[in-house]
Design a protein around this ligand. Structure first.
Ligand code: GLN
Length: 284
């Protein structure tokens, strides 16, 4: 007997729950299969139209069960749907690029607050831009900015280009290593979410088996990349320029120490769970 749409959804939820995943992900995967929004799953007319557009219900069913199996094998939900939500943006993501995390949204907030105090056009460099989440959030929420997104990974650049072309073509993409990027250039603001996880840290299976190690691991103590990013920021920023850098919750003191050499007004910020997750500072 053919399953009804509701049974479809319920079956997916049960499969996910048995494997230890959140039931709500079945809604995301079914909505993605049907090409509609998650909210529209509750609108019988939209569902009916989507199903008849696909034509054969068994095709939709097969796609959906395959996606559920892949999710149960720990592929990140956002890689399966191809979309990650970050602030007001819908970013395209997939294998080869880090899925933007909600805690980075707060770093954007702190940068926007700083930008409000600056008159006229402001130059912003995003070091290690990945999907472009930080760069595009700043560019769209602070239209007076000129944003350059620096990224070295060709796989990540594929997604960065997609996102820049769909969201804000004014963001400039620079394929370069952070250490040597934009030599001779000075800017007002640097933002960065470097790879900062200590190499030995055991990550959740979704992250460890599917997300790019180059975007995650920052050397034996995780600080190799943050040090390099901070020195690039010191080189790029004008005196009085502003840096916002994300880090591991265990790195607050070390990041602060590294910053004291060339920065002042060093301020540690916590995420919504109260963990110290990023630091802002002003170039001397
Ligand atoms: N916040 C990410 C995580 O916990 C790591 C991001 C990074 O290393 N920049 O998986």
């Amino acid at each position: 007997m053919e399953l009804t749409f509701k049974e479809f959804l319920q079956g997916g939820k049960e499969q996910l729950a048995r494997a230890g995943f959140a039931e709500v992900e079945a809604e995301h995967l079914l909505a993605h299969t049907l090409g509609i929004s998650r909210m529209d799953l509750h609108n019988p007319l939209t569902v009916e139209n989507a199903l008849s557009a696909i034509g054969d219900l068994t095709i939709a069913e097969e796609t959906y069960w395959k996606l559920l199996d892949r999710r149960c094998a720990h592929e990140p939900l956002q890689y399966l749907t191809g979309v990650a939500y970050f602030r007001h943006l819908e970013l395209k993501v997939g294998p080869g690029v880090l899925v933007p995390r909600p805690e980075s949204e707060l770093l954007v907030e702190a940068v926007l607050t700083h930008l409000e105090k600056l008159p006229g056009a402001v130059s912003v460099v995003d070091l290690g831009s990945g999907s472009g989440a930080l760069a595009l959030a700043i560019a769209t929420e602070a239209p007076r900015t000129h944003v350059i997104a620096v990224e070295k990974s060709a796989d990540a650049i594929h997604w960065l280009k997609e996102n820049v072309s769909f969201i804000d073509e004014k963001v400039r993409i620079l394929e370069s290593d952070v250490a040597t990027a934009l030599e001779g250039v000075k800017c007002d603001v640097v933002i960065a979410n470097p790879p900062y996880i200590p190499d030995s840290e055991v990550l959740p299976k979704d992250v460890a088996t599917h997300e790019p190690a180059v975007a995650l691991f920052g050397g034996p103590d995780g600080m190799r990349a943050p040090r390099l990013f901070i020195s690039a920021a010191a080189r790029l920023l004008k005196p009085g320029g502003f840096l916002a850098i994300e880090h591991h919750e265990t790195q607050a003191a070390e990041v602060g120490d590294v910053l004291t050499v060339e920065f002042e007004d060093i301020l540690l910020h916590k995420d919504l769970n109260g963990r110290p997750r990023f630091t802002t500072a002003v170039r001397r």
